[in-house]
Ligand binder design. Structure first.
Ligand code: AVJ
Length: 320
């Protein structure tokens, strides 16, 4: 089957309004910040794919090992008719699940949801071509906002991979998981990928690679704001910073101004002192029990937990 036309729940105009609101709020705050979702224009999505292939960036490889080992279990335990993927990106690892479901039979529909139209166009076309019996319905949307629009009917498995849930702050995670549970029914399932807490000497290089790809990815958000909002950031004047926060157990990415400067955006003048930092991403790391507890607080019951042999990355299968 060819992929169905993308269902667009997040129009160009909504996206732009969201970006404007975030830029206005984040850049006028006492401690400047921007949410990580604005990294992912076509260039940012490409840079992220490049990150997943870096020697230092272990999460993608570790999660792939888990999925390769347990995809048949996931297909058998859930018996899902519909597979919904939140923040699907290229859906590259999801193919391991689609292969297992194809062997087992019974899966009818694949629904990838992502903010990136370019990533979705590529993934839906390729998956539709490679899985000819699957109905492929791509949804352009924000996984924190479009949960009430998920397709209904038939047993569903929602997958949220890559550790992307770590981009949410604890209170946002609780709200997200609760909304997710409300969107599901008893009998549906959630498969959640979480990067695990480990020695910072392993985590930090994954977010500060020798080739500088993550630095480029980080600065890409400034290119996005320049292009979409006509701002005049000089991305080259910001250096990439990755710091492990042992108290919150998350890594933060920041952009540090290498000199004092003023940036014009949305009619605002945003002043940066030399050395001032702008927080662009939080990527939380988890413990097995913490994941189970957060899921339980939201009304899910963790049924299985798997890791790769090195214990780097965890995948939890939970019942709604
Ligand atoms: C896509 C959110 C899972 O947090 O590891 C990679 C994004 N940022 N390198 C992550 C990211 C810097 C990634 N997630």
């Amino acid at each position: 089957m060819t992929a169905e036309p993308l269902e667009i729940y997040l129009e160009e105009a909504d996206l732009e309004r969201g970006l404007r609101d975030d830029v206005r709020a984040g850049l006028s705050a006492e401690r400047k910040w921007l949410p990580p979702k604005w990294f992912y224009d076509a260039r940012g999505s490409e840079l992220f794919e490049e990150i997943t292939r870096l020697p230092e960036y272990y999460p993608t490889r570790a999660e792939r090992v888990v999925l390769a080992a347990h995809a048949p279990d996931i297909a058998a335990l859930t018996g899902a008719k519909t597979l919904i993927e939140l923040g699907s990106g290229s859906s590259e690892k999801t193919r391991l699940l689609l292969d297992a479901f194809t062997r087992r039979g019974g899966l009818g529909t694949f629904v990838p949801l992502d903010v990136s139209v370019s990533a979705l166009r590529g993934s839906t076309a390729q998956i539709a071509a490679d899985y000819p019996r699957l109905r492929v319905r791509g949804i352009v949307g924000d996984f924190t906002r479009q949960l009430d629009r998920l397709p209904t009917g038939g047993r569903r498995l929602v997958v949220f991979l890559g550790g992307t849930i770590g981009n949410l702050l604890p209170a946002e995670r609780a709200e997200f998981l609760t909304a997710m549970r409300a969107a599901l029914e008893v009998g549906d399932w959630l498969l959640l990928g979480t990067d695990l807490v480990k020695d910072p000497s392993v985590i930090v290089p994954a977010y500060d690679d020798a080739a500088g790809v993550t630095a480029e990815f980080n600065r890409n958000v400034l290119h996005v704001i320049n292009r979409e909002l006509g701002a005049d950031f000089d991305p080259a004047a910001f250096e990439h910073v990755a710091v492990w926060d042992p108290q919150h157990e998350w890594i933060e990415m920041r952009l540090r101004a290498t000199r004092a400067m003023s940036v014009r955006v949305l009619g605002l003048t945003v002043d940066f002192a030399a050395g001032e930092e702008l927080r662009t991403e939080v990527s939380a790391k988890f413990h097995r029990e913490g994941v189970a507890t957060e899921l339980a607080m939201a009304g899910f019951a963790a049924a299985e937990f798997w890791t790769d042999p090195d214990g780097l990355f965890g995948v939890t299968l939970a019942r709604a």
